[in-house]
Design a binder for this molecule. Structure first.
Ligand SMILES: CC(C)(COP(=O)(O)OP(=O)(O)OC[C@H]1O[C@@H](n2cnc3c(N)ncnc32)[C@H](O)[C@@H]1OP(=O)(O)O)[C@@H](O)C(=O)NCCC(=O)NCCS
Length: 224
């Protein structure tokens, strides 16, 4: 008999959800059954095709949330992730213990890496020693995270971001693809770092900064 492992993915975009499926599929010997819960306008024509996956797309009002497990926020942008999290916590009492971490088997995670819950580590990321991840962090493909670096809730690191040792990344920070953060840097919460930037000075909270070296350009408002 075919065995299924079931996940509840709270997601909005097919791009994010399909690579979560890919990662889950590589992690599981059993087939995957996923219930995708969406609470924003959604185009049902977009396929979530994957050979190992059966999925059901339902609206959130149809799911029984009591004791729900194996949940995951399939959302990319920090402030949207936070909104979706708040929605499910406030409306359906889905609490932190319901969320799992998803870590690609193609990433190298040190035994000294600590992470709370709801984090997503895609393929090809390398963690040095003593990295601390808070919750609901997305780390896209091919990132390098240096030793003793702390990353806050809801952050998103896009592809090929490199963070050196002893950095402090505040909550809701978005770091554009291939940005480099040198060692000992602090980035304040709600800040956006542009793609390809070189950050060699501390960046305060609530700003957009980019360039080589990165300069503060404006406030970030809600564009995270
Ligand atoms: C930093 C960022 C958020 C700025 O977005 P924005 O405010 O909409 O900026 P605009 O596109 O209006 O560009 C404004 C100016 O900044 C420049 N600029 C924008 N991003 C830049 C970057 N990362 N590095 C250098 N210059 C940049 C633009 O060339 C433009 O210059 P101009 O006024 O001389 O023409 C965005 O450009 C970025 O880098 N996002 C990350 C993208 C990413 O990693 N995506 C991964 C998705 S999977």
């Amino acid at each position: 008999m075919i065995k299924y492992k079931h996940y509840n993915i709270f997601g909005l975009s097919e791009a994010t959800i399909s690579h979560i499926f890919e990662t889950l599929s590589n992690l599981n010997e059993n087939k995957i059954q996923a219930t995708i819960v969406h609470n924003v306008p959604y185009n049902p024509k977009l396929p979530f095709a994957h050979k190992n996956i059966i999925h059901t797309i339902i609206s959130d009002s149809k799911l029984d949330y009591k004791g729900i497990k194996n949940c995951f926020l399939g959302v990319h942008r920090p402030h949207v992730k936070k909104q979706v999290y708040n929605y499910f916590e406030n409306e359906h009492e889905v609490n932190p213990s319901s969320y799992i971490n998803i870590v690609s088997k193609h990433s190298i995670v040190s035994s000294t890496t600590k992470m709370k819950f709801g984090n997503y580590i895609c393929d090809g990321t390398i963690f040095s020693s003593y990295v601390n991840l808070a919750s609901f962090i997305t780390i896209s493909k091919g990132c390098i995270i240096g030793h003793h670096t702390n990353i806050g809730d809801f952050c998103t690191l896009n592809q090929a971001v490199q963070i050196a040792g002893n950095c402090e990344i505040g909550e809701n920070v978005s770091i554009g693809m291939a940005a480099k953060i040198v060692d000992g840097i602090t980035i304040g919460k709600n800040t956006i770092i542009g793609a390809g930037s070189l950050v060699n000075k501390n960046i305060p909270e609530g700003v957009v900064a980019y360039g080589v070296p990165a300069k503060i350009i404006r406030t970030s408002e809600t564009k995270l």
